[in-house]
Ligand binder design. Structure first.
Ligand code: RIB
Ligand code: CA
Length: 323
């Protein structure tokens, strides 16, 4: 499929670990007329980078979007090996056991970090990077090209927890906890980052009635994502007491596209705990001024989205149904 040219489309690169909510984020981006998705790279996280690429290629084929290249990224994290992922959350194949047709395409010959550098060079000052998995590929790309941060327009990250508990340890969110060293390197680079942490994503839920609409659709992407949600609901029922799930990655996608009204979202200093103690992977956000509003913090370049004001779920369900 060739997209109609639209001056309002922004060039995007997506880095992901596909993943049920990653699949929803991909669908959301494909449905947007404000996004020109130039490439997707995968990283180990929910599943291996290789399996994530396979899932991504299969989903793109289902959506009729085999024009988007998919590159396999880092299998292991900067300092630790990939240890098998989150199959208890996302199922053995990462997409809730849903069997998609074997993709006809193979992954790109370049690696995901190489793809990031190439796209940033081809679109200087324009590329928006959206990262919804561990940040290993981005950290490797910074090593490949030390000037990368100045070439990229901005980076949006699903990850971290500012004022709420973690989801993988008491204080750490999974994407950051998988590779805290990569996260620290990415946060230290000079690009502008929007961090969409658990504070925002845990507030955005998709319900059984939404799942039923997706499954009842005649469209294959909606059907597939509806079916994936059954596995996600199996996991989240223990936290919410009903069949529902949170929308981590698609919410970050919508923030990146600019589709949502943001609640309190100060630009502050953020540090990542790279120790091997109980704080490992914590994102320490300097929110001391939250009661009176945040003054400018010298050198701060990370916007922390503590809440969104738009009711996101209907937007997302409609987007998926439109594919
Ligand atoms: O903590 C939530 C994040 O971890 C999401 O990106 C999910 O897909 C997993 O990667
Ligand atoms: Ca993810």
């Amino acid at each position: 499929m060739h997209l109609p040219d639209s001056p309002q489309r922004q060039p995007f690169y997506l880095d992901c670990d596909t993943g049920i909510d990653d699949a929803m984020a991909i669908a959301y981006l494909l449905a947007s007329d404000r996004v020109d998705l130039l490439g997707i790279g995968t990283v180990s996280g929910n599943i291996s980078a290789e399996m994530g690429a396979r899932n991504t290629l299969a989903l793109l084929e289902l959506a009729g979007r085999s024009d988007i290249p998919v590159a396999i990224g880092e299998h292991d994290f900067l300092a630790t090996p990939f240890a098998g992922g989150a199959i208890h959350v996302h199922g053995e194949n990462g997409i809730g056991g849903v069997v998609l047709a074997e993709p006809a395409r193979t992954p790109a010959s370049e690696s995901a970090p190489e793809m990031i550098v190439r796209l940033a060079r081809q679109h200087p000052g324009e590329l928006h990077i959206l990262a919804i998995g561990p940040l290993t590929n981005l950290a490797k790309a910074l090593l490949l090209h030390p000037g990368l941060a100045t070439l990229v327009k901005e980076v949006t990250i699903m990850g971290g927890a500012a004022l709420v508990p973690g989801n993988i340890t008491a204080v750490a969110e999974a994407n950051i906890h998988n590779d805290p060293d990569a996260a620290a390197a990415v946060f230290a680079a000079s690009w502008f980052i929007t961090m969409v942490p658990l504070d925002a994503t845990m507030q955005s839920l998709i319900e059984a009635v939404d799942r039923d609409r997706l499954v009842a659709s005649p469209r294959p992407v909606a059907q597939a994502i509806g079916a994936m949600l059954d596995t996600y609901f199996d996991f989240y029922v223990q936290f919410f007491g009903r069949r529902t799930s949170v929308l981590h990655d698609p919410l970050a996608a919508a923030v990146a596209v600019g589709d949502l009204g943001l609640g309190t979202s100060p630009v502050v200093q953020v540090q990542v705990d790279t120790s091997h103690g109980p704080g490992r992977g914590q994102t320490i956000c300097d929110l001391r001024w939250r009661f009176l509003g945040h003054p400018e913090q010298a050198g701060a370049h990370i916007r922390v989205v503590l809440a969104v004001e738009t009711d996101f779920t209907p937007l997302m369900v409609d987007a998926i149904l439109s594919l």
